[in-house]
Ligand binder design. Structure first.
Ligand code: HEC
Ligand code: HEC
Ligand code: HEC
Length: 425
């Protein structure tokens, strides 16, 4: 049996350690053998290949609570319908999935049904995982079954009636689950298809980057055009983030090249921006450990997405524009420059930035209030940090400044109000 040792701890609110790290795979009988996860995509050993797939699917992020052992669950997901805790997916027969058959695991991943037939909640991204191939799930299962059993039992869910009725999810599934495997598009390159498989299926990028309807279902006609992610910062405090538009719209990744995207996903650094906020965990635990081919494939696929424009054009009054511009010149212009184009050695462009232009300004406001919280140690070549302005600027100033950023240099995005800023405090 292979035991996987994770050389880092997890935090769900702050920056996480490490980028591009090698995980140590150690067989108990031999001396420690260090294998980089990125080398395991084509391994003939199902457990090793499964580790690669688990990394691409970032199973660990959602199934490891702060201070807990990997995959033992207990992470709280706060939804509009109540709080759901992720499960223990170690090989423990009682607390985990050690007694599951491979078929039961495949049904859980494809259909969102637990081993006893009850419905799972879509905080578990089975609407994306339904696209994962059967072979990949077999290897994923082999890997999970190799994880040392833990008897830890996550807390019970805290859901009010009727949402505590799992049977209700059958209705939800009928409306929102498009069950079925990923289908290769023969008119596209193998690289494009690989990228689509990773983004839409295993990598479940849409879980955060696709908007949801009132029932929490992904709005597939608006896929990847921007969504909301609620980060838990303290026991009872949620900080919303806008997960930006990843389509090739001007308020999305129009300004990013394939190289920019591939580099950002691999190292947490790219000429268009660096990692901070909820992407820290996605990058450190998942995309930085993919092989270069897979990183490139994701970039190729994202760049091919037809633009879905979400943010309106907006014109400020001349007085407000000049007041916003003045705040920018005083506090931001040294690093992001009067042109908004930034400087490769100081700060990324804000002109054409998807964070600045996102329909929902939550992430833009967060960056200004809290600065850019980057992972420690910082990724190689990372931008220097950006300080927090939350104590220096009032809410009305941050609103004005944000509105200005969304109006100059051809940027778009609706006006930002004091109430928008207050929501992020
Ligand atoms: C976005 C967060 C998230 C990600 C990513 C995620 N899970 Fe989960 N998973 C959950 C939550 C939450 C539950 C509990 C759902 C419930 O109780 O209805 C769950 C439940 C499960 C279950 C059902 C366990 C049971 O006892 O019924 C399995 C199996 C599972 N996850 C496997 C995986 C695998 C494998 C991956 C990676 C490919 C993964 N999960 C990635 C959040 C996640
Ligand atoms: C847990 C939620 C979550 C998941 C999953 C997620 N993202 Fe993000 N992503 C965000 C948020 C929030 C932002 C904006 C703030 C930030 O950078 O953290 C973002 C920003 C980005 C950016 C733009 C960065 C910038 O500075 O403009 C790119 C590119 C990106 N994500 C790609 C991806 C890809 C590709 C995937 C799937 C492999 C993915 N994301 C999965 C939440 C997520
Ligand atoms: C000392 C230099 C510096 C100053 C001053 C500064 N920033 Fe930044 N800013 C940065 C750096 C560096 C980053 C990239 C951080 C990262 O992604 O790791 C950044 C990132 C950003 C981003 C995210 C861009 C993207 O698309 O990912 C926005 C928006 C932003 N800054 C706005 C502002 C505003 C508004 C001000 C003034 C209140 C400001 N910055 C002041 C250095 C600075």
């Amino acid at each position: 049996m292979i035991r996987v040792v994770f050389p880092f701890s997890l935090s769900h609110s702050l920056a996480v350690l490490l980028s591009g790290a090698a995980l140590a795979l150690t067989a108990p009988t031999t001396a420690q053998e260090t294998v980089s996860v990125s080398a395991l995509a084509d391994s003939e050993n199902p457990v090793q290949r499964g580790l690669y797939l688990a990394t691409a699917g970032n199973c660990m992020a959602c199934h490891t609570r702060e201070g807990g052992d990997p995959y033992t669950g207990g992470v709280a997901f706060h939804t509009d319908f109540g709080t759901i805790f992720s499960t223990n997916i170690t090989s423990d027969e009682a607390a985990g999935i050690g007694a599951w058959t491979e078929t039961q695991f495949i049904v859980a991943m494809h259909e969102g049904k637990s081993a006893d037939g009850s419905n799972l909640y879509p905080a578990f991204p089975y609407p994306s995982f339904t696209k994962i191939s059967e072979q990949d799930l077999k290897d994923l299962f082999a890997y999970l079954q190799s994880i040392a059993p833990s008897s830890y039992a996550p807390p019970d869910n805290d859901m009010g009636f009727p949402f505590n009725q799992r049977s209700l999810m059958s209705v939800w599934n009928a409306l929102h689950l498009e069950s079925g495997r990923f289908e290769t598009d023969a008119s596209q390159s193998p690289e494009w298809n690989r990228g689509a498989y990773l983004v839409e299926g295993l990598g479940h990028c849409g879980t955060c980057h696709t908007p949801r309807n009132a029932l929490g279902g992904l709005q597939t006609d608006q896929a990847l055009s921007g969504g909301t992610y609620n980060d838990k910062v303290e026991d009872d405090k949620i900080r919303p983030w806008s997960a930006v538009n990843l389509t090739s719209a001007p308020d999305g990744l129009a300004a990013w090249s394939e190289d920019d995207i591939a580099s950002y996903l691999k190292t947490g650094h790219g000429s268009r921006g660096g990692t901070f906020g909820p992407m820290n965990e996605v990058i450190t635990l998942s995309t930085s450990q993919l092989n270069d081919g897979d990183g490139r494939a994701i970039a190729v696929y994202l760049k091919s997405l037809p633009p879905i424009e979400r943010s309106p054009q907006h014109k400020m009054s001349d007085t407000d524009f000049r007041a916003g511009e003045l705040l920018y010149t005083i506090h931001c212009g040294t690093c992001h420059l009067p042109t908004g184009l930034g400087d490769p050695s100081i700060g990324p462009p804000v002109a054409g930035s998807s964070v600045v232009q996102a329909d929902d300004p939550a992430s833009l406001i967060n960056v200004i209030i809290y600065g850019a919280e980057v992972p420690t140690p910082t990724p190689p070549g990372a931008w220097k940090t950006m300080e927090a302005f939350g104590n220096k600027l009032d809410d009305d100033e941050i609103a004005l400044l944000s509105s200005y950023l969304r109006s100059d240099w051809g940027n778009r995005g609706g006006p930002v109000t004091e109430a928008d800023v207050d929501k992020q405090r």
